[in-house]
Structures are given as structure tokens and as C-alpha cells.
Write a protein that binds this ligand. Sequence first.
Ligand SMILES: [Zn+2]
Length: 98
Amino acid sequence: MERITESVDCALCHMPASRWALRQASDGYMYDCPACGGRYSIGKTAFKRATSDGVPPDLLQAMRQVIVRGDIPRVAVIGGIWEWPPQMMGRQDADGDL
Ligand SMILES: [Zn+2]
């Protein structure tokens, strides 16, 4: 399946990254951020929150720790708060079309 990537700023740390839309429009995006160490998924509500209010520094650090250990975390806002611990969307080394 063709994946259309766009060059954007990371939703978490604002460094250069790439992203693509997840298969279902409501699912948000998958980001690939070298500064964060790999891929993460972010839901639309969380994306809006990150864009308007920013991401808490401790959440950013915690997400990066998940990425470093090889998992793909899902950054989500549930009921108005950042979901922690995050759901895992797969492994960094898997080449799945998540
Ligand atoms: Zn980043």
C-alpha cells in the first residue's frame, strides 16, 4: 500500500520529522522523529492538544523511553488527560503499515 509521507515538525518535540496518516482518518498520524528516536502514533485529539498547549516535558521523556526500548507508543488524550501508560502500536523494527 502506498504511504504518503510529509515532512513536518514533530508533534512532541518540534524537531524535523516525517508523518503519514493512519489508515482510518480518525486514527490520526504516525510520526517518525529522529530526535525522539523512532516512530510513534498520535491520535487526533492528542495532536490538537500538543499543537495548542504543547506536551508535558515528562510525557515527552517517557514516550522517548518507550521508543528507545523498541515499542511504538500511542500518544492519546482520553477524557481530557494524557493517557499513561500508552497503548503499544507495535514494534519499531516491524515494517508494518500501522
Ligand atoms: Zn520528536
